[in-house]
Write a protein that binds this ligand. Structure first.
Ligand SMILES: [Zn+2]
Length: 116
């Protein structure tokens, strides 16, 4: 029936355009960093009002990554990245502190690592 179709179209046109407003400024965004078990960092940029996913695939190795550094579950069945008291300490600090401390710890580890 012709009258039915034209009625549909008319109501469609009359709907307020609340879906995409091109004139509006972009939503506020923030960066969220995810770390996988191998300590690769993957940075996501999300709208502030968007939900932060609890896990994300690592950009580099594809493993599950978590926003809580050091808590991601490794891909393999064996946990090759054992959590040390030092890591627990690190988790209580800010990400910036963690970055710096990790860099220092890695440097110390490389220096102390025996050659075999
Ligand atoms: Zn990774």
């Amino acid at each position: 029936m012709k009258s039915h179709r034209s009625g549909l179209r008319a109501s469609r046109l009359a709907r307020p355009t609340d879906q995409v407003d091109r004139g509006a400024p972009l939503a506020d965004r923030h960066s969220v960093t995810f770390w996988c078990a191998a300590d690769h960092d993957t940075v996501l940029t999300l709208a502030v009002e968007a939900d932060v996913p609890s896990t994300w695939d690592c950009d580099r190795c594809g493993g599950p990554a978590s926003t809580d550094r050091g808590t991601a579950v490794p891909l393999g069945p064996t946990r090759w990245f054992p959590r040390t008291p030092y890591e627990f300490l690190m988790m209580r600090r800010s990400p910036e502190d963690g970055e710096r401390i990790l860099a220092e710890a890695l440097a110390a580890m490389r220096k102390a690592r025996p050659r075999n």
